[in-house]
Ligand binder design. Structure first.
Ligand code: 5HU
Length: 138
């Protein structure tokens, strides 16, 4: 599947090791991750040469092209919240993953859309089977 992985950049990159494990896992299972660059610790620096409009146009094109979104939502992020809403409005299934102990916005936990799924996890070993189950159900 073509998968759009979404994660916080501007507000903090503490989830980057988990995102790297997620992207590696998805690619090993034969999925194409459109946002694979987000796995890199220097993802923001890599995009620094692009204008804000270019980032917006590239990412919204990928969101329209993808078959599913896997969003890491433990760290609050304007961009991730926007991407989740943009994808849901276009009929894409979205999995919002968060560390079990963090508090997540009620604008995500309260979303009644049948396309929106939440996954609480302890670590990558706990999360990855949940991601596999989410994608296989599509
Ligand atoms: O340079 C960037 N490149 C980029 O692709 N994004 C996208 C991908 C991420 O899923 C999301 C992160 O948004 P934010 O920077 O507000 O945390 O936005 C965000 C930025 C910086 O805002």
């Amino acid at each position: 599947m073509e998968v759009y992985v979404s994660c916080s950049l501007t507000g903090g990159r503490q989830d980057q090791p988990l995102v790297a494990a997620l992207v590696a896992h998805l690619e090993a299972r034969g999925h194409r991750v459109l946002t694979a660059h987000l796995a890199h610790p220097e993802a923001m620096a890599q995009d620094a040469g692009l204008s804000p409009v270019a980032v917006f146009e590239r990412d919204t094109e990928w969101l329209r092209a993808c078959e599913a979104v896997v969003a890491e939502v433990s760290t609050p992020s304007h961009g991730v919240g926007f991407e989740v809403a943009y994808a849901l409005e276009r009929g894409k299934p979205v999995l919002c993953c968060h560390q079990a102990e963090v508090r997540v916005s009620r604008m995500l936990t309260g979303n009644p859309s049948p396309l929106a799924t939440l996954a609480a996890y302890r670590d990558a070993a706990d999360l990855l089977p949940q991601v596999d189950a989410f994608l296989s159900a599509r």
